[in-house]
Design a protein around this ligand. Structure first.
Ligand code: B12
Ligand code: SF4
Length: 452
């Protein structure tokens, strides 16, 4: 009988892990693993956020030609995943890649990396089950694979099977380790958090640098709270880092209105964006015992925001932009008074970025901190496969030929290439501003690059 090992390879050592990576369980792998286990197969989950590369490599000694080994990939861990895949392939295992980075580079991966048998684009639960059952690849949705000399990319659907069960944390043997990591990083907090996902897809879904689709999919709220209750009673988690990208106001209102009495004390952390945070929403967030909101402000320059489609308001009425940032400042300050931390997030290096727009972003960050924002995320724009800006790279006369067939994208190199060709300010100045913006608070995070 086939068995499944699901791996989240560690990110390279010269990159900076985000503070939350060590206490967040790998939800994608866990969701697939739960579905596969429920269908009768053995499943093992290996998470490179808490295991070393060598630990995972050692575990692969036990794989053989009955093992399917799956890798969940991001722009940071794809190369390490390929190294590990080579070892598993030598043992005779079938290799499956999935997750956002492999989804966006599926064709190139199958074309250039012989060790990879299948790439799954998008949701992985159903395709993985079909692979384990030995179904003919032609009939498996979301699959990219070799068929003789051809590469086939089957149609992609979101089957939504994940709405019918909860990711089962019993599959994670080191659950106590995640808790310890939370305590170590959050000594001052009196609650214990884990990550959970109500929704897939973003209610805005238009930013040209992002891979999120507008196709919002939700599970039932009743089941969601059953899951929360289990996480509270069985594992002692009483705070939830909601990974849903950009939940709408309505979703947050529904969450409050459907929250059962015995869960009134649990806390939340949400990803949000400026336009949905109104006075009413701040009250709702407070009633939900929200400890932090991440606010994707992205840039202090409205012209740039409009061009990357991230202004998050009705573009047909430009007068609505008046006071766009003032409203956010007001809400940040209101949230501070209600003990909700605001983590304001910026991206530097949008198309057409200038010294002047960087200055506006710096000024914006300073004002948000003055208004009460307690932490900052400030990243250099990383062109991710499957985004509009990645498409711009592929259409570019010089960069297109370089990246067209590439499967192993070096994120620092592509970031520099993007800035050199699409921004009106050099990389060094952008990094200088990143450092200035992050220096505004004690707690700042950045995308992968180590710059300090
Ligand atoms: C929470 C989160 C984090 C957390 C927690 C990570 C964790 N342990 O889960 C933290 C903060 C640590 C983090 C870090 C980073 N993140 Co992040 N993160 C997210 C977020 C918001 C939710 C992830 C999630 O739980 N989704 C819910 C699960 C169920 O969905 P899923 O993971 O996509 O899995 C499904 C499919 O992708 C697929 N699948 C996934 N794995 C596999 C494996 C196999 C074998 C198969 C077949 C299928 C498959 O099937 C799954 C089930 O349907 C996503 C955005 C999003 N909405 O997904 C960004 C996202 C995944 N992150 C992203 C990025 C860029 C990063 C960082 C590089 C940023 C950084 N600062 O360094 C790092 C990378 C860390 C690393 N080690 O590689 C990008 C990835 C894009 C890309 N091409 O790489 C995303 C998509 C955000 C975005 N739109 O830009 N992240
Ligand atoms: S950047 Fe945020 S708001 Fe924009 S599409 Fe992505 S998840 Fe949605």
């Amino acid at each position: 009988m086939k068995s499944l090992t699901l791996i989240y390879a560690p990110q390279p050592q010269d990159t900076k892990p985000l503070y939350s990576s060590e206490w967040c369980v790998p939800l994608g792998n866990l969701s697939i693993g739960t579905y596969i286990k429920d269908n009768g197969f053995d499943v093992k989950i290996l998470d490179g956020a808490i295991l070393s590369y060598e630990d995972i490599e050692e575990e692969l000694d036990y794989s053989d030609n009955n093992s399917i080994v799956g890798f969940s990939t991001t722009i940071l861990n794809l190369n390490q995943s390929i190294r590990l895949a080579k070892k598993a392939k030598n043992k005779g295992s079938t290799i499956v890649f999935g997750g956002p980075q492999a989804s966006g580079l599926s064709y190139n991966l199958i074309k250039t990396i012989n060790e990879i048998d299948f790439v799954v684009r998008g949701e992985g639960e159903s395709p993985m089950l079909e692979i384990l059952k030995g179904t003919n690849p032609k009939k498996i949705s979301n699959l990219t694979y070799r068929d003789g000399n051809e590469i086939r990319e089957n149609y992609r659907v979101n089957s939504g099977v994940w709405t019918r069960f909860f990711p089962d944390r019993a599959l994670i043997t080191e659950i106590e380790q995640y808790k310890k990591n939370w305590y170590n990083q959050n000594k001052e907090k009196e609650f214990t958090a884990t990550n959970i996902g109500l929704q897939r897809g973003c209610s805005w879904g238009l930013c040209n640098f992002c891979t999120e689709s507008r196709e919002v999919r939700n599970g039932s709220l009743y089941d969601y709270f059953v899951n929360l209750r289990e996480l509270k009673e069985r594992y002692g988690f009483n705070a939830f880092f909601e990974v849903s990208p950009g939940p709408s106001q309505k979703t947050l209102i529904d969450l409050l209105e459907n929250r059962p009495d015995d869960l009134e004390d649990v806390r939340f952390r949400f990803y949000t964006y400026p336009n949905i945070i109104t006075d009413k929403l701040v009250d709702i967030l407070a009633e939900l015992n929200t400890w932090e909101v991440f606010i994707g402000i992205e840039s202090g320059d409205l012209k740039l925001l409009r061009e990357v489609n991230a202004i998050k308001s009705d573009l047909s009425n430009l007068s609505k932009e008046t006071g766009y940032f003032d409203k956010t400042k007001k809400q940040v300050s209101k949230m501070r008074n209600k003990n909700i931390n605001s983590k304001v997030s910026y991206i530097l290096g949008f198309e057409g970025e200038t010294k002047d727009s960087l200055e506006k972003t710096y000024k914006n960050a300073r004002e948000m901190v003055d208004a009460g924002a307690s932490s900052i995320a400030c990243s250099l724009l990383m062109p991710l496969p499957d985004t509009t800006i990645f498409q711009k790279i592929l259409w570019h006369a010089k960069l297109g030929p370089k990246y067209k067939d590439e499967a192993l994208i070096d994120f620092t190199e592509i970031t520099k290439d993007w800035i050199d060709n699409f921004c009106s300010v050099p990389y060094e100045i952008i990094v200088e501003y990143q450092s200035k913006i992050m220096g505004l608070v004690n707690k700042a995070t950045a995308y992968g690059h180590i710059i300090f």
